[in-house]
Design a protein around this ligand. Structure first.
Ligand code: UT7
Length: 362
C-alpha cells in the first residue's frame, strides 16, 4: 500500500495589512466588536494577481521538498477567486513554475478547497496514478468583497499556502479523510455575480453581494467539523489523546474554542492564527500547517487533526501523520512583486464604488 507524505510546505501572505482600526475609517464597526466576536485583529490585502501569490507559495513548498517542478505530475488548486476560468488558473501556475509534466486542476469548494484537494491528491498517489503532487489552497477574497457590508467585510483576508505530497511506502501523510457537503443549506453563504448564472444578462459593472447567515454557519461548522474529526479518528483507530496538534480552518476563534471543547482537546493543542490573517478561505489550512511546522509546533511522526467548513456548505476532516523531517531541504527566494500602497489605498476604488451604491440606495 502506498501513502502520500507531505514533503514540502510553503505560504505567501501579501504585505499590506488591514487592521480593525483601518476598517473603522469607512465602516460602522469597532475593534472591540471584531475582536470579541471573531478574534480577528488584522488581515492581508493582495496587490497583484492571485496566481502571483500562488506561485510564490508553490515555489516555497517545492524548495522545502527540494523538488524540481518538472517532477510534478499533478497540480491541484483549491480556490474560488482564481485569475481566470479559461485557461484555468492551475495551468497558469504550472506554466509559471515550468511544471511541464503536470496535469492542472482548479477545484472550487470554497473554504474546504485545500482539504478536498489534499484528499483527492493523496488518494491519487495511494492508487499509484500519480507520484508527486502540488496541492494549493488560497484566495483573493478582497477582490470579491462587498466593502459596504460589515457582516462579512471584517471577516476575510487574502493568502495562499501549498504542500508537496509524494509517494511513500510507510504509514504517513493523510491517513484518513471524510469530506461532505450540506447542500440543503447551500445559500447560507452566497456571493453573487461570480458565476455565469447571474452575470450573463448584464452589461453593467456587477457588484458582488454576499448572503451570509453567520449564526447558522457557525452552528453547522462546529457540529460538522467535530463530527468529521470523530469519524476520521475512528477510521484510524486513534483517540484524541494521540493527536499532537489540531490544525483547523480559521474562520473565527470562537469556532476553534467550541471545536476544541467538542473533540475534547486543550486549546493549547489547537493551532490558531486567525487573529493575524482573518478567514482566508481555502488558504487557512495550508498557511496554518506551514506556520505550525516552521514554528516548531510539529515534531517528527506527530499525528495532526484537521477540519474545515465553508460555502457549499462543504466540510471535511482528516488525520495527518507527519514524516521524519520538520525542516525545509532548501529555501526559495521567490517574492511577490513590490507593493508601495497601504491596504486602505489598495481598497480605495472598491470602497468608493460600494459606498456610492449604498448612498444611491439610501
Ligand atoms: O469560512 C466559512 C465559514 N464561516 C464561518 O464559520 C463563520 C461563522 N459565523 C461567525 O463567525 C459569526 O456568526 C459572525 C462573526 C459572522 C457573527 O457573530 P455573531 O456573534 O453571530 O453576531 P450576529 O450576526 O448575531 O450579530 C450581532 C450584532 C448584530 O446587531 P443587532 O442585530 O444585535 O443589533 C449585527 O448587526 O452585531 C452586529 N454586527 C456588527 N457590529 C459591528 C454585525 N457585524 C458587525 C460588525 N461590527 N462588523
Amino acid at each position: 500500500m502506498k501513502f502520500a507524505e507531505i514533503t514540502g510546505w510553503g505560504k505567501c501572505l501579501p504585505p499590506a495589512v488591514l487592521s480593525n482600526a483601518d476598517l473603522t475609517t469607512f465602516m460602522d464597526t469597532s475593534d472591540e466588536w471584531i475582536t470579541s466576536r471573531t478574534g480577528i485583529q488584522e488581515r492581508r490585502i493582495l496587490h497583484c494577481n492571485f496566481s502571483d501569490m500562488a506561485v510564490v507559495a508553490a515555489r516555497r513548498a517545492l524548495a522545502a521538498a527540494n523538488l524540481d517542478p518538472m517532477e510534478l505530475d499533478l497540480i491541484l488548486l483549491g480556490s474560488l477567486t482564481v485569475d481566470s476560468m479559461c485557461p484555468n488558473t492551475a495551468s497558469l501556475i504550472a506554466d509559471e513554475l515550468g511544471a511541464r509534466n503536470a496535469a492542472a486542476i482548479d477545484l472550487n469548494s470554497a473554504c474546504t478547497g485545500f482539504l478536498y484537494g489534499l484528499h483527492v491528491g493523496s488518494n491519487l498517489i495511494k492508487t499509484g496514478a500519480h507520484k508527486k503532487v502540488l496541492v494549493l489552497g488560497g484566495e483573493f477574497i478582497s477582490h470579491y468583497m462587498d466593502w459596504s457590508n460589515r457582516d462579512v467585510a471584517v471577516l476575510f483576508g487574502d493568502a495562499c499556502g501549498a504542500v508537496v505530497i509524494e509517494a511513500a511506502d510507510h504509514e504517513v501523510g493523510l491517513l484518513s479523510a471524510r469530506i461532505g457537503c450540506e447542500s440543503d443549506a447551500k445559500y447560507a453563504i452566497q456571493i453573487t455575480n461570480i458565476g455565469s448564472a447571474e452575470s450573463r444578462l448584464s452589461e453593467e459593472f456587477l457588484f458582488n453581494t454576499w448572503n451570509f447567515e453567520g449564526q447558522e454557519v457557525f452552528k453547522r461548522a462546529v457540529k460538522a467539523m467535530a463530527q468529521g474529526c470523530e469519524e476520521v479518528l475512528r477510521d484510524t483507530g486513534l483517540s484524541i489523546d494521540d493527536v499532537s496538534l489540531v490544525v483547523p480552518h480559521q474562520a473565527n476563534k470562537r469556532i476553534l474554542d467550541a471545536l476544541a471543547k467538542r473533540v475534547g482537546i486543550d486549546e493549547d493543542r489547537v493551532f490558531v492564527n486567525v487573529h493575524k490573517y482573518g478567514n482566508t478561505s481555502a488558504g487557512t489550512i495550508p498557511v496554518a500547517l506551514a506556520e505550525a511546522v516552521d514554528e516548531g509546533r510539529v515534531k517528527a511522526g506527530d499525528t495532526l487533526l484537521t477540519a474545515s467548513f465553508g460555502a457549499g456548505l462543504t466540510w471535511g476532516a482528516g488525520v495527518i501523520r507527519w514524516g521524519e523531517r520538520t525542516t525545509p531541504l532548501a529555501v526559495s527566494d521567490a517574492e511577490l512583486p513590490p507593493n508601495d500602497k497601504t491596504a486602505l489605498e489598495l481598497l480605495e476604488p472598491h470602497i468608493a464604488r460600494y459606498a456610492a451604491r449604498a448612498a444611491a440606495r439610501g
